[in-house]
Design a protein around this ligand. Structure first.
Ligand SMILES: *[C@@H]1O[C@H](CO)[C@@H](O)[C@H](O)[C@H]1NC(C)=O
Ligand SMILES: *[C@@H]1O[C@H](CO)[C@@H](O)[C@H](O)[C@H]1NC(C)=O
Ligand SMILES: *[C@@H]1O[C@H](CO)[C@@H](O)[C@H](O)[C@H]1NC(C)=O
Length: 337
């Protein structure tokens, strides 16, 4: 009896000491800035990805504001940045990512084996201004909910295996500087709504998809600076995207099924690079091209005819900028007969 009671006391005393010994670790908790919810979420992400080497610094016993890949806001100490690229990660994008409510910058690029859809929880990240999920192996649609992320200035889901059509609601993003959807398997046409971006006029890269139909006339109402639609199956006329009142600088419409007469198209003075190669464009090269400060021009693989206008940089381009065509002639090609 006595000895039992004694060992009981010993156990109680021992537990007390053990318990006290937990407290003085506040070396961490007293100075840890990291928000405990954010930390929990990050550890969920690490676990969902099977503790990858790239997240080795994510040690539960350290302050998550000191971890690699993420950054805390200096005042609120909430996670505001998640920046992971060129890493060996496999699995899906964890839904938990949507539980980092202060996130402003989310970059996942070039991760070896990240597949599955863009998670719905990303719709919760309404503070995001930068979203890049690129060079992954994401499938499924470009989600409509992305248009709820009103603060986005940069949206890039390029080089994945995304399918379906482009959500027309993306034009509701008023702060967008650039929209990059290139290198997917998107089908359907360019939304009419892309002529009604109500705030900024973003740079659009829709290249290397399977987009069909004519480019909507509505896009002529806006003044884009950079348009890259190359490598689709777009048809018809795009001359309304040009015009001397526009601010177009770099335009790549190559490798489509565009068919229109180029003869009377007026180009904006701002244009520095124009690729119209591999289409079914007819007519001749407009004289106005010689008035531009073009750094790059390619009109090869069309059905153009007539004399290359003389002036500007037009004679300095390689003959492959012009050939083959139906019957273009004059420098740098052989003279017209
Ligand atoms: C996103 O927000 C909704 C509604 O506020 C909530 O029900 C859901 O759990 C959130 N998802 C994540 C992953 O945070
Ligand atoms: C994943 O995507 C990369 C390019 O982003 C590609 O090289 C690779 O083959 C893809 N992997 C699979 C399994 O589809
Ligand atoms: C013009 O485009 C064609 C077809 O894409 C290509 O073969 C050629 O090299 C290009 N020329 C120049 C100067 O880039």
């Amino acid at each position: 009896m006595r000895s039992t009671s004694k060992s009981c006391h010993m156990i109680i005393l021992f537990s007390f000491i053990l318990c006290m010994s937990q407290v003085p670790f506040p070396a961490l908790s007293a100075t840890e800035k990291c928000n405990p919810n954010d930390k929990k979420v990050l550890l969920q992400i690490k676990q969902a990805w099977n503790n990858p080497y790239q997240l080795a610094s994510w040690d539960p016993n350290t302050d998550c504001c000191d971890w690699y890949v993420v950054k805390c806001d200096s005042k609120t100490h909430r996670i505001v940045q998640f920046d992971l690229f060129d890493a060996e990660i496999s699995g899906q994008i964890p839904e938990a990512i949507g539980s980092l409510p202060s996130l402003q910058f989310l970059n996942m690029r070039d991760l070896t084996d990240v597949s599955g859809p863009i998670p719905k929880s990303i719709a919760n990240l309404t503070n995001l201004n930068f979203l890049r999920l690129s060079y992954l192996n994401l499938t499924g649609p470009v989600p409509t909910f992305l248009s709820q992320l009103k603060k986005l200035t940069f949206l890039d889901v390029s080089f994945n295996d995304l399918t379906g059509s482009i959500p027309s609601s993306l034009s509701q993003l008023q702060n967008l500087d650039a929209l990059r959807l290139e290198g997917n398997q998107l089908t359907g046409s360019i939304p009419d709504s892309f002529g009604t971006f109500t705030g900024k006029v973003p740079d659009l890269d829709l290249s290397e998809n399977q987009l069909t139909g004519p480019v909507p006339r509505s896009l002529g109402a806006l003044s884009f600076s950079n348009l890259d639609f190359h490598g689709n199956q777009l048809s018809g006329d795009i001359s309304f995207l040009f015009g001397t009142n526009k601010a177009l600088e770099i335009a790549d419409f190559s490798s489509n099924k565009l068919a229109f007469d180029l003869t009377n198209v007026a180009f904006p003075q701002s244009l520095t690079s124009l690729d119209l190669s591999h289409n079914m464009i007819t007519g001749s090269l407009p004289q106005g091209l010689s008035q531009l400060n073009l750094q790059y021009l390619n009109v090869s693989y069309n059905i153009l005819c007539g004399k290359i206008p003389v002036g500007g940089k037009l004679q300095s381009f390689d003959s492959t900028s012009y050939l083959p065509n139906k019957c273009l002639c004059g420098a740098p090609l052989p003279s017209c007969t």
